[in-house]
Design a protein around this ligand. Structure first.
Ligand code: C2E
Ligand code: CA
Ligand code: CA
Length: 436
């Protein structure tokens, strides 16, 4: 082979390698390069730390200053990271605005993340300083960690763990969080089947009037029975709210409730008003009213037999879409309860503007009734306001007779809690109505 030809071939190979491993925008290694280089380092002894660094709102920056400036910014960020780490460490650009860092040897996480944050949160290009926000995920590698993809995943998981926490610049991977993520995806994998297999069951918890001592209402609470096990709503509801499956579940629960009310009506003359929990996601679904009315008609239910519970958090921003929706619901004749009242910092203004009928005082306030030293008793204040606004009050999570007496004294209307009854299966609930 002649020399000239060989040289050309080597050049060509190098260029291809470059294309495969170099990020043209920053001149740093790309994702493939990161995989290769960290793989080598993982074979070595000593401590290793992975940091995933993400520029927040990079898209907005691009929109505001243009793609050229955006590219320049990425380059500058790459340079700053390089300055902040050692020669033997690695930095590559893994995707759009995400950098992968790999540190070899002892590392003070607080220190390095602090330095990165300082350098990058105010960055200069030309003569202009730009303010940025970055967030990082940190994984301190196990001694015998060899799988590159897995260490990246763990650092990404650490990054995910601070999602929504704007004042926290970095998260560190923990087994606990990993377990949570695994559990979450387990639940997500089971949910569709669970509806089909009728694993969700509706329980009813009676609400007792402080005046008549009779049951005047009941709250429908969903239960998930998976074989022998129960999965708690406290666990699956937040997951379903995140992935919007709650829209389906709320509707399913509502339909069971309508079906059950229809059955109760055949047997009893006086029936308690049943309240059903409705998540914000369901409420904002544009088919909400149409679907719920259709179901109601299917079972011959009239709106005044049902109360819809909306958490205080749903209403707290005084969101116009929410308010419009509540007004429409109200016009149809349903009554509306604000759930978990006291946990979401509502304003009095909001209480007056929202078309609500009932206020459910959160259990945390009921728990405090026992505390003798409590100076300001919020329940007294809440009762004062609700009477002024003509709202019905329900105390939630009432467990002792002392609490009942206190609530009677302050004219709370209904009491819901273990002191009277735990949530009951429908069959038991019917017996309970009979005895009442
Ligand atoms: P929530 O709406 O605040 O429901 C009250 C919770 O307090 C229920 O928990 C109930 O079992 C519990 N509880 C009642 N009395 C007592 C008591 O005296 N002591 C104690 N320690 N607890 C009491 P549960 O059934 O585990 O439900 C948890 C949450 O899940 C509910 O809180 C509600 O936000 C949500 N949820 C339940 N069913 C549904 C549903 O069908 N749709 C939606 N969107 N959310 C639901
Ligand atoms: Ca509720
Ligand atoms: Ca509640």
């Amino acid at each position: 082979m002649n020399r000239r030809y060989r040289k050309l071939r080597i050049e060509k190979r190098n260029r291809l390698l470059e294309l495969a491993y170099i990020d043209p925008i920053t001149g740093l290694g790309n994702y493939n390069a990161y995989l290769e280089r960290t793989k080598e380092k993982l074979e070595m002894n000593g401590k290793k730390t992975v940091i995933i660094l993400d520029i927040d709102k990079f898209k907005t920056f691009n929109k505001k200053y243009g793609h050229m400036k955006g590219n320049e910014l990425l380059k500058r960020v790459g340079e700053e990271i390089k300055h902040a780490i050692r020669k033997t460490d690695i930095v590559c650009r893994l995707a759009n605005d995400v950098f992968g860092i790999f540190l070899v040897g002892e590392v003070d996480v607080e220190n390095i993340t602090g330095r990165l944050n300082n350098k990058i949160s105010r960055i200069n290009m030309g003569d202009i300083w730009y303010n940025l926000r970055i967030s990082m995920g940190v994984y301190i590698c196990d001694k015998d960690e060899k799988d590159v993809q897995s260490i990246i995943d763990k650092a990404i998981m650490a990054h995910d763990s601070i999602k929504g926490k704007y004042h926290v610049p970095y998260g560190i991977f923990t087994e606990e969080f990993e377990q949570k993520v695994i559990r979450e995806s387990e639940i997500e994998n089971m949910m569709e089947e669970a509806i089909k297999n009728k694993e969700f069951e509706v329980y009813y918890q009676p609400q007792i009037s402080t005046k008549t001592e009779k049951m005047e209402g009941a709250e429908a609470l969903v239960r998930w029975k998976k074989g022998e096990n129960m999965i708690s709503p406290g666990e699956f509801i937040p997951i379903f709210e995140k992935n919007y499956f709650i829209i389906k579940l709320d509707e399913y629960v509502y339909e069971r409730v309508c079906e059950n009310i229809q059955e109760i009506k055949k047997e009893f003359k006086d029936i308690p008003k049943i309240s059903v929990n409705i998540s914000k996601e369901s409420l904002l679904d544009n088919k909400f009213l149409e679907k719920y009315e259709k179901i109601m008609k299917k079972y011959d239910i009239i709106p005044k037999e049902i109360e819809l519970e909306i958490t205080e958090r749903t209403t707290v921003n005084n969101d116009i879409d929410i308010r419009n929706m509540l007004n429409e619901i109200k016009e149809k004749g349903f009554s509306i309860a604000i759930d978990d009242f006291g946990t979401g910092y509502s304003s009095l203004n909001m209480l007056e503007m929202m078309p609500i009928d009932t206020l459910k005082i959160d259990k945390s306030f009921i728990d405090r009734i026992n505390i003798k030293e409590e100076k300001t008793n919020f329940i007294e204040i809440i009762m004062f306001i609700t009477k002024k606004l003509n709202l019905k009050t329900v105390a939630e999570g009432v467990e002792t007779i002392e609490q009942v007496n206190y609530l009677k004294k302050w004219n709370c209307d209904l009491i819901q809690g273990y002191v009277y009854q735990k949530p009951l299966r429908f069959e038991e609930f019917k017996k309970y109505i009979k005895e009442m």
